[in-house]
Ligand binder design. Structure first.
Ligand SMILES: [Zn+2]
Length: 535
């Protein structure tokens, strides 16, 4: 397809996908379905074979929606009826349920024989509501003697094992944050009702043995996400998967770095750009004689932003044999090529054949590769199945995961250069047969230091220079208040040198909420200091 026509098509696709009409394409919402339908229409026009469920382009998968509180939450302590949302609220660990029981105060609920402490000793826990304070005898901080027991879920599980039929959490420590009232779909509920009793509610709590009536009402709905799958069938044994996620953050919530009234996150770069490039590759590869060496499976994944749901589902329920997949190309955020032509390609360690990436001259790109097959996007799902997989990425920016990731900031000529580069790459790999797979070195996560404060930044996990490079800055958090920007490299926090992610996390561990210090960053190669207060 001519360059002018390709530019036009990609612009047309992004303008639609990143329009307000699609409301940020949140998985399971109507806008995501519109985006999927758009891809279905494009695949149909190109004559790709439907390769989703039962001879359609769509592959559906189900996932848990964010839970919501129902109307029937209630708590009675003795004669006191507590007010839902004011005196108490059910938390993520809670199922829906109702219990008539009696109070058993269990202090911190810490069962630590190794440290000679058992808060359940001498308390009648069985068939009682266990009241547990969420702090610890010496508070919650990285140097607490009870650090191994700071995790509340572990204490809840201990109480349940001892026969508790409800859990009442409360907080009598000013220095500790209350349990978050937002409910998360990612938390596995435990078997008995769990509520957090606020300060006002705690005043109404009586003595051991007083009657407790607790009812929790949490609606956990199933939602449906939609992958779109189409095959360009050249009758070849080898299958090349080209994928891009079509979902984004909807009106914000989880994953957004924007702190304000709910607003549509259009996600033009993340990842309407990847979908548009995938569609363009499908059009081009249909017409290129040298592309006939492979079959191509084009997949628009959903659920990526919620945790790679769609690509994980496809690799676990593949609609084409995984054994035939030669390699996978993931396009996620490819719309912001800068003036230097910097293109990041992650996953270059997943096959020796990716040495080719540096040899392709097409597009005059400044290709930077990183080895790991594990990263925050859909190629990870393929890598974990033993498939060589690379992720194309033009880099993060200030609009990342914010409502301002809009279409007018897309670099279309840049996208075309990358498209041509990928076409050259695919052609160059034609003679290589099936690519060998290699496992990549992952950072050792077993000894992740604990910390209780954050800078409010997204670290650039691909950065391998000295220090911690910032990929994104969360509005309203410590780093934003100190004027830090994406691209800044943190080299010092207070007196602590920051050489890499590990020492960065260790340095954070030295601070607690409310602490102030000086952060030293490199910006454009120049050292800069800023005062920072951890919130
Ligand atoms: Zn993305």
């Amino acid at each position: 397809m001519s360059d002018a026509e390709a530019l036009d098509r990609m612009r047309h696709d992004i303008q639609y996908l990143a329009s307000d009409r699609l409301e940020g394409r949140e998985t399971g919402q109507p806008g995501e379905r519109l985006a999927a339908d758009h891809v279905v229409g494009a695949f149909g026009t190109m004559g790709l074979k439907p390769y989703g469920d039962s001879a359609t382009y769509i592959q559906s998968f189900h996932f848990a929606a964010e839970p919501v509180r129902g109307p029937k939450n209630s708590l009675q302590l003795g004669r006191n009826r507590l007010v839902p949302g004011v005196d108490f609220y059910p938390v993520s660990w809670s199922p829906s349920g109702q219990v008539f029981t009696r109070l058993a105060r269990c202090r911190y609920g810490i069962l630590a024989p190794e440290l000679g402490r058992n808060d359940f000793d001498g308390v009648e826990v069985k068939d009682h509501a266990a009241a547990i304070a969420i702090s610890s005898p010496d508070g919650i901080h990285p140097h607490s003697k009870w650090i191994a027991h700071n995790d509340i879920r572990g204490r809840i599980d201990d109480a349940v094992k001892l026969g508790a039929n409800a859990i009442l959490l409360y907080n009598d420590d000013e220095a500790v944050d209350d349990i978050d009232s937002t409910l998360s779909a990612k938390v596995q509920p435990c078997p008995v009702p769990v509520v957090f009793v606020t300060k006002s509610g705690f005043k109404k709590m009586g003595l051991d043995g007083e009657p407790v009536v607790v009812a929790t009402d949490i609606e956990r709905a199933q939602l449906t996400g939609h992958n779109v799958v189409g095959l360009l069938d050249n009758g070849r044994p080898d299958l090349v998967v080209i994928g891009a996620h079509l979902d984004h953050l909807g009106y914000g919530h989880d994953g957004s770095l924007y702190r304000g009234e709910p607003a549509i996150h259009n996600g033009a770069d993340d990842n309407a750009s990847g979908v548009a490039m995938m569609l363009q590759l499908a059009r081009d590869l249909s017409a290129m004689p040298e592309a006939r060496a492979n079959d191509y499976l084009f997949i628009a994944f959903s659920g990526e932003e919620k945790g790679l749901y769609g690509s994980n589902y496809w690799t676990k329920h593949p609609t084409a044999p995984l054994s035939e997949v030669n390699y996978m190309i993931n396009l996620d955020m490819v719309g912001r090529l800068d003036s230097l032509g910097d293109l990041s390609i992650n996953g270059a360690g997943t096959s020796p054949a990716w040495a080719e990436l540096k040899r392709i001259g097409t597009g005059k790109l400044n290709v930077k590769t990183s080895e790991s097959g594990i990263g925050p996007s859909d190629h990870t799902s393929f890598y974990l199945q033993g498939i060589p997989a690379v992720h194309f990425f033009t880099g993060s920016h200030n609009d990342y995961h914010k409502p301002s990731d809009d279409e007018d900031k897309i670099n279309y000529p840049g996208m075309l250069r990358i498209t041509r580069y990928i076409e050259s790459l695919i052609t160059a790999l034609n003679d290589d047969g099936k690519l060998a797979f290699t496992r990549t070195q992952e950072a050792d996560s077993t000894e992740t230091p604990r910390f209780t404060v954050t800078l409010g930044v997204v670290p650039d996990y691909m950065y391998d220079g000295k220090g911690m490079r910032i990929d994104g800055v969360t509005d309203g958090k410590a780093a934003a208040a100190a004027g830090l920007k994406p691209g800044d490299v943190v080299i010092k926090l207070g007196d602590h040198d920051v050489a890499d992610m590990m020492s960065y996390m260790k340095a954070l561990g030295a601070f607690k909420k409310g602490d102030g210090t000086q952060v030293t960053v490199l910006r454009g190669g120049k050292e800069m200091k800023a005062d920072i207060t951890f919130k």
